[in-house]
Design a protein around this ligand. Structure first.
Ligand code: FES
Length: 319
């Protein structure tokens, strides 16, 4: 993992830490220098250099109209690589963190006639911000919120207070939201936004596969378990230096480029965060990320070099 590039970084001070659900804490952040923060939009996230030295992406869950502070919610992932645990264990009011953003890869569509929000667990964070934004603009919405129990469902009370009839909780340790039935009929003018565990995201993707392109929006924070596909070998040409590097099947483009001494920022290294996005100057890409839309993939203008590979023998990258 590399750090946040200097030009993009900003220092923030933690003003409050709150336990809002089982294993979930919110962190309120203000600019360390007291200057105004860039205003967020619903669905946006911050890149945060956590105390463990890793870069992590956390969605903003506060009211997007409030640019005086950012609020993120972090679930302590017992089986993670230590990033969330270090946020829980080492960050307290007064702590200083380095961040980049906000960035938005999960924006609300302009003026949808109806918005369906689907959340699983900590995936509620960007959808909480969206529900607030939709409510403030009097745009109709509904939320299907899946969590293990009420104690695990962060912000359930606040969401229910926002518009009680719009929120349907599904509280169970096993999946009970029936995506196939919910989306069996295409609803014209409706946009669907989903963030949660890979199983829920895949169920929604499968259930909406007959819907027109561009109406279903996902924010992935982990990769589906069944995305293993065989890797071929190919070459990457780095346009700025003219270097040509071989990418064997067991290494990613990111690993090969780094080994050659080229610094590229990364975070998830699973194709879900967008940090390693790199411009493609020539060659066809075998896109394996969960960041680019189908239209962006067809445009072939960029790729996530932590997971995506070449479809042919060589790619030319703007590195
Ligand atoms: S590092 Fe997250 S998409 Fe590549």
């Amino acid at each position: 993992m590399n750090g946040i590039p200097i030009g993009e970084s900003r220092r923030v001070r933690v003003t409050a830490v709150r336990q809002v659900a089982e294993d979930v804490r919110t962190f309120e952040l203000v600019a360390a220098d007291g200057r105004p923060l860039p205003p967020p939009t619903a669905g946006s996230h911050l890149v945060i250099e956590v105390p463990a030295g890793l870069l992590r992406h956390y969605s903003l869950c506060g009211d997007p109209r409030d640019a005086s502070r950012y609020v993120i919610a972090v679930k302590r992932e017992a089986a993670g690589r230590g990033g969330s645990a270090s946020m829980h264990d080492a960050v307290e009011p007064g702590s200083i963190l380095t961040i980049a953003g906000p960035r938005n890869q999960f924006p609300l569509a302009p003026q949808p006639s109806f918005s369906v929000l689907i959340a699983g667990g900590i995936g509620i964070t960007p959808l909480f911000a969206m529900a607030q934004a939709l409510q403030h603009t009097h745009s109709p919405w509904e939320l299907h919120y899946c969590a293990r129990s009420a104690a695990h469902a962060a912000f359930l009370g606040e969401l229910s207070a926002l518009r009680p009839s719009a929120v349907t909780p599904y509280l169970s340790p096993t999946p009970i939201f029936d995506a196939a039935t919910e989306f069996s009929r295409f609803r014209p003018g409706t946009h669907v936004y989903c963030c949660g565990p890979a199983g829920l995201m895949q169920a929604v993707a499968d259930a909406t596969s007959h819907w027109p392109e561009g109406l279903i929006h996902f924010e992935w924070f982990s990769t589906p378990a069944d995305t293993e596909v065989p890797n071929g070998t190919f070459e990457v040409e780095l346009a700025r230096s003219g270097m040509v590097l071989a990418v064997p099947g067991h290494l990613s483009v990111l690993q090969v480029v780094r080994a050659a001494g080229i610094d590229v920022p990364s975070s998830c290294e699973e194709g879900v965060c967008g940090t390693c996005e790199t411009r493609v100057l020539a060659g066809a890409v075998d896109h394996r990320d969960h960041v680019l839309s189908p239209a962006e993939r067809r445009a072939n203008g960029s790729m996530m070099i932590c997971v995506s590979r070449a479809e042919g023998g060589r790619l030319v990258l703007d590195l």
